[in-house]
Design a protein around this ligand. Structure first.
Ligand SMILES: NC(=O)c1ccc[n+]([C@@H]2O[C@H](COP(=O)([O-])OP(=O)(O)OC[C@H]3O[C@@H](n4cnc5c(N)ncnc54)[C@H](O)[C@@H]3O)[C@@H](O)[C@H]2O)c1
Ligand SMILES: O=C(O)[C@H](O)CO
Length: 325
């Protein structure tokens, strides 16, 4: 029997061609949402589901009784009910590693852009407002030699820290995880309490997955404990930060600035105060969005689903479910 997969978004013709040598493929290039009737119809017969972030509900899974594997074109899996998938014996795969360096580049871009006010000042030039010499009111703050506090010191957090420590002579602090002696040796990084990190960091850089534990982790109290000169960077997920509290802290000078790639609601609504604040750099969730990395992510997701549905161990499984084959 030829297995069937439903695929949506972010795939190129060569990925589809590869998939079609293994499976019957229903591809939805521009899927508006999970309620699309043709998508639901295809899912009712599918053994595999492959695509970028889509909210997966119990109701959607009920309508997919043959589903064996979901292959997400993302490293973050916060939009999947992981425990329920495991209970239903559905293998979830994701795309770690291949996007680590590109996402770390974006994290560092936010550090640089927010410290040096790059977007605000570049816009000033484009709008013809560079009419007098650049004075103190336009100055930014140094990045080199400053203290970089990592909230989340996994793959991406470490890659950002490596850029900071080795490229910019920054002192790296990290919390939560058990101490990592090899990285302390390589980067001169220091393991510390969360409070110490908040008190000392010039840049607080958020790189944790969104979970029940990390939702709202950066709240009003945390923002108050940061230096008033500190800059918050969020490259993880919007809901890790209490966005209302952040707007408040940025407005009343509790913290200096923010560089954000992710938001509580995406796309960021045009009427969000964050769109109007000069001390905030807003990117449209482009952490991994380069040609090279999106290609590598799609390829990893294709390799995952092929292995999973053919009874082999996929390169990047997320939950502990044996491929059925
Ligand atoms: N902006 C983007 O486009 C983009 C791109 C890739 C990943 N991400 C996000 O970044 C996240 C991290 O990716 P990764 O590959 O580095 O994952 P990872 O699992 O390697 O690292 C996450 C780290 O966070 C730590 N952690 C968990 N809870 C914590 C807490 N409460 N306090 C401190 N540390 C905690 C974990 O121990 C782990 O070390 C993803 O889950 C995803 O949501 C965003
Ligand atoms: O989790 C991820 O991989 C990114 O946020 C989106 O591609």
């Amino acid at each position: 029997m030829t297995k069937r997969i439903v695929a949506f978004q972010r795939l190129k013709p060569h990925h589809l061609e590869q998939l079609r040598t293994h499976f019957h493929v229903d591809y939805f290039d521009t899927l508006e949402g999970p309620d699309d009737p043709a998508f639901r119809e295809a899912l009712s017969e599918a053994h595999g589901l492959l695509g970028a972030s889509l909210p997966i509900t119990s109701e959607l899974l009920d309508g997919a009784p043959h589903l064996e594997a979901i292959s997400s074109i993302s490293v973050g899996v916060d939009n999947y009910p992981v425990d329920e998938l495991t209970r239903r014996n559905i293998l979830l795969c994701h795309t770690p590693d291949v996007l680590t360096e590109t996402t770390a580049d974006t994290g560092f871009l936010l550090i640089m852009a927010s410290a040096r006010r790059a977007v605000e000042l570049a816009n000033m030039v484009k709008q013809g407002q560079w009419t007098s010499s650049i004075g103190e009111s336009h100055f930014g703050t140094d990045v080199h030699g400053k203290t970089l506090g990592m909230v989340g010191f996994g793959r991406i957090g470490q890659a950002i820290a490596r850029r900071g420590a080795l490229g910019f002579g920054m002192q790296v602090l990290y919390t939560h995880a058990s101490p990592k002696p090899a990285l302390e040796e390589e980067l001169g990084a220091t393991h510390c309490e969360f409070d110490t990190l908040l008190e000392q960091a010039d840049f607080v850089c958020v790189n944790v997955p969104l979970t029940a534990e990390t939702t709202g982790l950066i709240d009003a109290d945390v923002l108050k404990r940061m230096k008033s000169s500190a800059i918050l960077i969020n490259i993880a997920r919007g809901k890790v930060v209490d966005e209302e509290a952040l707007i408040e802290a940025l407005s009343n000078g509790e913290i200096h600035a923010a560089g954000l790639d992710v938001f509580a609601q995406e796309p960021l609504p045009g009427d969000s105060p964050l769109t109007r604040m000069d001390n905030v750099v807003t990117l449209p969730h482009i952490g991994s969005a380069t040609h090279e990395t999106r290609e590598a992510m799609a390829q990893r997701a294709v390799d995952n689903v092929i292995a999973a549905l053919e009874g082999q161990q996929p390169p990047s499984p997320y939950n502990d479910v044996t491929p059925r084959g």
